[in-house]
Design a protein around this ligand. Structure first.
Ligand SMILES: NC(=O)c1ccc[n+]([C@@H]2O[C@H](COP(=O)([O-])OP(=O)(O)OC[C@H]3O[C@@H](n4cnc5c(N)ncnc54)[C@H](O)[C@@H]3O)[C@@H](O)[C@H]2O)c1
Length: 259
């Protein structure tokens, strides 16, 4: 079987790193593209120690020239780009009243524009090979608005982007899907919870399974959607939220007169 190459944005930490590790364990070549060069190189070294061919690149996904260049380097180094995982993302704990236009744009830039730019520049390589798997990290916030407004809006936009791209790319053997995690323990969420005392505990008491997710549990879903076996899955959003969605399906209590 062809040795596939995965390009993971935000692969220097959290869910991106766990996804990169899953790809390395399955024998794929892996490119870690992260705004932190140190994190990208350190994860690439970890993957090399697992026996994978890995490359760590500094890339700010909000900058089109950097994205174009990182994808060019991937093609030059490995000869292909078969899997794109858009995991780089950012949340800021700001309510509507507090969010500045600069912060709003930053959230949109990293979560939405960055995903779009990586898809745009990976597309020609995938279309040429008539094969590709694109997995975007959405969030339960973008499905039922449980997070802060800018982040929820950005993650809902990621779903729309993936749906349209799935339709555009289906004739070329390229699938596009979204994994939408609920609260997951990573450096991103640990930082947000540290700034909001009691938030983690409130989440854990709300999630039906009684805990937050581990990054590896999300990476397992990313790895499935990125696999050869998932060729018939496209335009889907896989919500992994410990049962939070099921709470939205509980019917309201009947009026007392019918009880
Ligand atoms: N942790 C959660 O609870 C949770 C829940 C739902 C969705 N998500 C989503 O999963 C994805 C991964 O989140 P995580 O929790 O692993 O976060 P994380 O902070 O642990 O990792 C994000 C990585 O993205 C990199 N990054 C940030 N801006 C970048 C940029 N402009 N260009 C390139 N790299 C950049 C960071 O350096 C970091 O290495 C994000 O899209 C996030 O929104 C996370």
């Amino acid at each position: 079987m062809t040795k596939r190459t995965a390009f993971v944005t935000g692969g220097g930490s959290g869910i991106g790193r766990a996804s990169a590790q899953a790809f390395a364990r399955s024998g794929m070549n892996v490119v870690i593209a992260d705004i932190s060069e140190e994190a990208a190189k350190s994860v690439a070294a970890e993957l090399s120690a697992l026996g994978a061919q890995a490359l760590g690149l500094r890339c700010d996904i909000t900058d089109e020239d950097q994205v174009r260049d990182a994808i060019r380097q991937t093609a030059a180094h490995f000869g292909s780009l078969d899997v794109l995982v858009n995991s780089a993302g950012l949340d800021l704990n700001r309510e509507l009243v507090d969010i500045s236009v600069e912060d709003w744009r930053r959230i949109m830039d990293i979560n939405v524009t960055g995903s779009f730019l990586c898809m745009k520049h990976a597309r020609p390589l995938m279309v040429e090979k008539r094969y590709g798997r694109i997995v975007c990290l959405g969030s339960s916030s973008g499905i039922y608005g449980m997070g802060w407004p800018a982040y929820s809006a950005a993650k809902a936009a990621v779903v729309g982007l993936a749906l349209s791209a799935a339709r555009e790319l289906a004739p070329f053997g390229v699938t596009v899907n979204v994994v939408a995690p609920g609260p997951t323990e990573t450096p991103l969420s640990l930082g947000l919870w540290a700034n909001n005392p009691g938030r983690r505990e409130r989440l854990e008491s709300t999630v039906p399974v009684g805990r937050v997710a581990k990054a590896d549990e999300i990476a397992g879903a990313v790895a499935y959607l990125a696999s050869e076996n998932a060729g018939f899955v496209t335009g889907s959003t896989l919500v992994i939220d410990g049962g939070l969605t099921s709470l939205m399906r509980v019917p309201a209590a009947p009026p007392a007169s019918n009880a």
